[in-house]
Write a protein of this length. Structure first.
Length: 94
């Protein structure tokens, strides 16, 4: 099994596949490292999961998915609402 995540220290390395399972809703693969230890990695960091078609078609030109940007915008908006509510509570009253 090949590690495909570009920022992982083992990127490009092939490791011995042991098993794949879902742990706490996370798709994980278990591989043997160079010391014969058992290591768990997210399956999407390996070639166990087909490459995302969006990433292939974008070819590095669009680093973010629309769904991810929308989720980020919602998170920022919710944090901004929470912050303004906290500031309103902390404002001095006359």
């Amino acid at each position: 099994m090949r590690v495909t995540h570009p920022f992982h220290p083992w990127a490009g390395q092939e490791l011995e596949f042991v098993k794949r399972r879902n742990n706490w809703r996370a798709d994980r693969v278990y591989v043997r490292d160079d010391t014969d230890g058992l290591v768990s990695l997210p399956a999407e960091w390996t070639d166990a999961v087909p490459e995302d078609p969006f990433v292939v078609v974008a070819g590095g030109r669009a680093p973010f998915h629309l769904e991810g940007l929308l989720a980020l915008a919602e998170l920022v908006a919710s944090l901004a609402v929470g912050r303004s509510s906290a500031e309103d509570r902390a404002a001095p009253t006359d």
